[in-house]
Write a protein that binds this ligand. Structure first.
Ligand code: DGL
Length: 264
C-alpha cells in the first residue's frame, strides 16, 4: 500500500523553501506541497491578532484540500504566534519553525548572539522564553527587518541584492550596544538563509549564521519514519494570490522540485 499524502510546507512567501530544501534532501521520495500565502504577505509587519486568526483558518482549508500527512509551518512569525492555535485546531502532526537560539548559544564563544527576524517575531514572548531557557548567560541582540524579507523574495525572482543594500538593512542590528561582539546570528526568519551569502558579505568578519532548517528536516524524518511513500511525483507550489511577482518565481520553484504551480 503506498501513501500519496504529501508533506505540506507553509510560509507567507518563498522563505519556507529554506526549510523545504533540507527536508527534500533527507527524504527525496516524499511528495511535497509548498504553500506561500502571497495574499497575506508579508506577515512580519502584521499584528499578533491578524496572524493568530489568519494562519489556523488557512491551514484548516489547506489540510482539507491537500490531506497532508504532516504540516511544517516554515515561518518563524507564524510559528511563534500561532503554533499552539494550529495544533489545537488540526488533527495533523504540526512541526513549527522557531528561532535557533539554543544551538546559537551552544556555538557562541563571545556569549553575544544576534537574532535577526521579522518585527513581529523579535517582539514575541516565545523568543523571550527561548532566550531565558537556553541563552541566559548570553546577551541576545534582536533586530526585525521587513526589508531583508523583500530582498529575499526578489532574490528568488532573480534579482540579487547589492551588498550595500543588505548592509543598510542590517544597520539596526549592528548599531546596537555590544553588536561588535556578536559571533553567531540566528536567522530567525526563513527568508534569510536564501540570501545568506549576501548577509555574510555584508557583515564580514567571523560571524556565523544558524537556522533551524536541518533540525526540522531531522524532525520530519523522525515523525514519518516507517511510513510508505508513493512513486516519485513532482512537487507542487500553491499561492493564495497570483501576481506578476509570483509568476516570476516559477524557475526558482522548479529548482526546488516544485514543478506544478497553482492558486488556491
Ligand atoms: N518567512 C517568515 C518568517 O520566517 C516571514 C516573512 C514575512 O512574511 O514577513 O518569519
Amino acid at each position: 500500500m503506498t501513501d500519496s499524502r504529501p508533506i505540506l510546507f507553509f510560509d507567507s512567501g518563498v522563505g519556507g523553501l529554506s526549510v523545504l530544501a533540507p527536508t527534500a534532501r533527507l527524504l527525496p521520495q516524499a511528495p511535497l506541497v509548498y504553500v506561500a500565502d502571497s495574499a497575506g504577505f508579508p506577515y512580519g509587519t502584521r499584528s499578533e491578532a491578524e496572524i493568530a486568526a489568519r494562519v489556523p483558518a488557512l491551514l484548516g482549508r489547506l489540510a482539507e484540500r491537500y490531506d497532508p500527512r504532516l504540516i511544517v509551518i516554515a515561518c518563524n512569525t507564524a510559528s511563534t504566534i500561532a503554533l499552539q492555535h494550529v495544533r489545537a485546531a488540526l488533527d495533523v502532526p504540526i512541526v513549527g519553525t522557531v528561532p535557533a537560539i539554543k544551538p546559537a548559544a551552544e556555538r557562541s564563544r563571545t556569549r553575544v548572539i544576534g537574532v535577526l527576524g521579522t518585527d513581529a517575531t523579535v517582539r514575541q514572548p516565545y523568543v523571550d522564553d527561548l532566550a531565558a531557557r537556553f541563552a541566559a548567560d548570553c546577551t541576545v541582540i534582536r533586530h526585525g527587518s521587513a526589508e531583508l524579507v523583500e530582498l529575499a523574495e526578489a532574490a528568488l525572482g532573480g534579482e540579487r541584492p547589492s551588498i550595500a543594500t543588505v548592509r543598510d538593512a542590517l544597520a539596526g542590528l549592528l548599531s546596537q550596544d555590544r553588536a561588535g561582539e556578536i559571533d553567531v546570528i540566528v536567522n530567525a526568519c526563513t527568508h534569510f538563509p536564501l540570501i545568506q551569502d549576501a548577509l555574510e558579505s555584508a557583515i564580514g568578519g567571523k560571524v556565523s549564521f544558524i537556522d533551524g532548517g536541518a533540525g526540522i528536516a531531522r524532525r520530519v524524518a523522525y515523525l514519518t519514519a516507517g511510513q510508505q511513500w508513493p512513486e516519485p511525483i513532482s512537487g507542487r507550489a500553491v499561492f493564495t494570490a497570483r501576481s506578476a511577482r509570483t509568476d516570476k518565481l516559477a524557475p526558482a520553484l522548479a529548482r526546488f522540485g516544485l514543478v506544478e504551480v497553482e492558486t488556491l
